[in-house]
Design a protein around this ligand. Structure first.
Ligand SMILES: CC(C)(COP(=O)(O)OP(=O)(O)OC[C@H]1O[C@@H](n2cnc3c(N)ncnc32)[C@H](O)[C@@H]1OP(=O)(O)O)[C@@H](O)C(=O)NCCC(=O)NCCS
Length: 110
């Protein structure tokens, strides 16, 4: 896991988890988050770039993620980092009985 620190405070994290099955040993799934006070201020893109570079050095060739289609900040960040759309999953999750679609994205590292 990569962490973003502001002095001694943890303000963000990014992780790429290998899928863990032999057929997909070179693929990883991205998750990340930045605390509200530090969003839009730079740590997100820096953290993502650093994590992607490390994944490439470790032999990961493709990174996938799933993001709610309503999460425009995350989708903008991922598109700027070179992720492209795979497909939209309809009715991906229901939160408080409200249906949410999700976008699957991918980025090839090699
Ligand atoms: C998604 C997330 C990691 C982006 O991190 P970040 O450091 O804000 O990234 P950026 O600075 O590149 O901002 C991304 C976009 O959101 C916008 N944004 C960021 N914070 C914002 C805010 N509080 N209000 C409005 N827009 C905001 C930025 O302007 C940018 O848009 P742009 O590309 O049009 O300029 C962060 O918003 C977050 O932690 N969200 C909650 C957890 C989450 O959604 N994780 C991803 C799940 S798949």
């Amino acid at each position: 896991m990569y962490a973003a620190m502001d002095h001694n405070d943890l303000v963000g994290w990014a992780d790429i988890t290998p899928l863990g099955v032999p057929e997909c040993v070179y693929h990883g799934v991205l998750g990340m988050g930045i605390v509200t006070s530090h969003r839009g201020a730079g740590p997100g893109p820096r953290l993502l770039d650093a994590r992607l570079e490390h994944a490439a050095r470790c032999g990961i060739t493709k990174v996938e993620l799933t993001v709610f289609t309503s999460n425009t900040a995350a989708i903008a960040l991922y598109r700027r980092a070179g992720f492209t759309d795979i497909a939209t999953i309809k009715d991906y999750r229901r939160l408080d009985c409200v249906s949410h679609d999700a976008l699957m994205m991918e980025k090839f590292l090699a």
